[in-house]
Write a protein that binds this ligand. Sequence first.
Ligand code: NAD
Ligand code: UDP
Length: 309
Amino acid sequence: MRTLVTGGAGFIGSHLCQRLLDNGDEVICLDNFFTGSKANIGHLLGNNRFELIRHDIIEPILLEVDRIYNLACPASPVHYQYNPVKTVKTSVMGTINMLGMAKRVKARILQASTSEVYGDPQVHPQREEYWGNVNPIGIRSCYDEGKRVAETLMMDYHRQNGVDVRIVRIFNTYGPRMALNDGRVVSNFIIQALKGEDITVYGDGSQTRSFCYVEDLVSGLIAMMGRDGFTGPVNLGNPAETTILEFAERIISLTGSGSRIVFKELPADDPKQRQPDITLAGEMLGWRPQIPVEEGLKRTIDYFRGKLN
Ligand code: NAD
Ligand code: UDP
């Protein structure tokens, strides 16, 4: 099996490349290194089944592959809002290019969609049939609407051209190799706690998120790619829901930090609640997360401790 992973030098992509190699695949990692890094995949470069291509998916590329995981897209609000027009191009033109490749070489293609397609959800927990509550003109729209169009493109290439597509909606995922500077809550809080700096809770911290460890998520991606006769969309995430304030307290306790919690302005359109309903993933893929949040956080804290020393 020759497998292409776009965004393969990023946080989730690097874990996916590693697991695919372990499973015996030939892996082509394609990345423009906007938010990913060679350090994330440095340990894979010596493997003769691994190949690295520096390329931007908004430009077409010709490759012969059996499977495509389309993960290329900045994922943290700080990074996707840095150049919002580029973020839209990556999700729209990039996905068209990858779907064109899938059509030409008859590859199965999996799109990394997101819980952001549900926007600031009025249905809780979120099930796949919910159409969402997304602001089309706000500062998160470049990401949310880009990912929604990418889902549309997947289904239209499927209906119009018979492309074999898979759509997964990924909920907040964390673990080693998250970028130190990406502004996401897990990396921010752990780094602040380890440095003894103030922990920055946005708003009053009553908004909720549900955090999934990256190894569990990768198992779900591979299960979905291997599943015949099911396009999705399917939610992948850990239903263990927490308020952001509770999460800050947990990080302080797990790191043994003396940091104080401070409250900062809540960014516009920040979703108030988020929790995946993973019934469908259980039924169709036999998948559910295995790593308790406590354990995953300990591993992630160890990783960041190593990076800061
Ligand atoms: P990440 O930023 O670490 O990885 C994204 C990778 O894509 C990076 O290596 C980046 O350099 C690359 N990239 C960006 N634009 C590109 C382009 N135009 N051409 C080629 N490469 C490009 O983020 P991540 O957390 O690993 O996310 C991976 C995927 O999963 C993304 O599509 C993201 O939207 C999705 N996702 C992630 C989460 C999460 O919590 N981590 C949640 C929902 C969805
Ligand atoms: N957040 C926070 N402090 C930070 C970074 C994020 O309180 O230093 C909050 C943010 O406002 C949001 C939640 O944590 O409510 C998750 O933010 P993240 O950027 O990790 O992901 P997303 O909002 O895309 O789920």
